[in-house]
Design a protein around this ligand. Structure first.
Ligand code: C5P
Length: 230
């Protein structure tokens, strides 16, 4: 039986937030964002281990009490210059104890409001899929492509377009091979899998599963968290 593990890349600097504190450590309801991401993943009993990948020079992780997490969590300090490198380094370190056909759910440290029912649905659906899959949301707004002067160049038809979220769930061996072949410019794991000519399945989630990117996102995340698993 294949097992399920979560890998949380947390080696980013969060430059779009401004400030020096990497965004995974911004405080939300008394906890760093990454703790909320871990809590959401840990609520799913089918997930065996949680692997956090930090930057080698991370100076913040040790400021928090993680003692309750030791049985289930592994912390690695092998983050890369880009997200894809962080994930690949984590997968390589996991190879010591993880089987090639175990499932790995890669989840952003800066997504604190992952709904439990969506996570469960991803496991139910993607585990039966030959490729794997990801949470995503059908695009609701009309899309415009801008020119260099910030004027509308063209309206892009939104039919069939989805916004990719995380977790993104693939077999350990397949994802490692895909990321090795793809290089560092992939902004998500599914892109690397697609480059191999494969088609991950899209599992519908919603806008609660936002990625905190800009300062105003923190307030929104706080409001969402209050009613997340009502
Ligand atoms: O910057 P962005 O919002 O794309 O980051 C998404 C996730 O990838 C965050 O959890 C961030 O910490 C992580 N990341 C990483 N290593 C990098 C860059 C980003 O682990 N070099």
């Amino acid at each position: 039986m294949s097992r399920f593990h979560a890998l949380i890349p947390a080696a980013g600097s969060g430059s779009r937030m401004g400030g020096v504190l990497p965004k995974q450590y911004l405080e939300l309801k008394g906890l760093p964002l990454i703790a909320h991401a871990l809590i959401a993943l840990a609520r799913e009993p089918r997930i065996d281990r949680l692997v956090v990948v930090l930057s080698p020079d991370d100076a913040w992780w040790g400021n928090y009490d993680w003692s309750g997490w030791q049985d289930r969590m592994q912390v690695l300090r092998c983050g890369g210059a880009a997200r894809a490198g962080t994930v690949l380094n984590g997968l390589q370190a996991m190879a010591e104890w993880c089987a090639a056909d175990d499932w790995v759910l890669v989840h952003d440290a800066a997504r604190p409001c992952l709904p439990g029912e969506a996570l469960g649905r991803l496991l139910d659906i993607a585990a039966d899929d030959a490729v794997g899959g990801l949470l995503a949301v059908p695009v609701a707004d009309t899309l415009k492509r801008a020119d260099a002067g910030c004027r509308v160049e063209v309206t892009v038809p939104r039919a069939g377009l989805w916004q990719a979220q995380t977790p993104q769930m693939f077999r350990h061996g397949m994802l490692r091979d895909a990321l090795r072949a793809a290089g560092d410019d992939m902004t998500d794991e599914a892109s690397a899998i697609e480059r191999m000519g494969l088609h991950p399945c899209l599992v519908e989630c919603d806008s609660r599963n936002l990625k905190v990117t800009y300062p105003q996102d923190l307030r929104l995340a706080s409001l969402i968290l209050e009613h997340l698993n009502d």
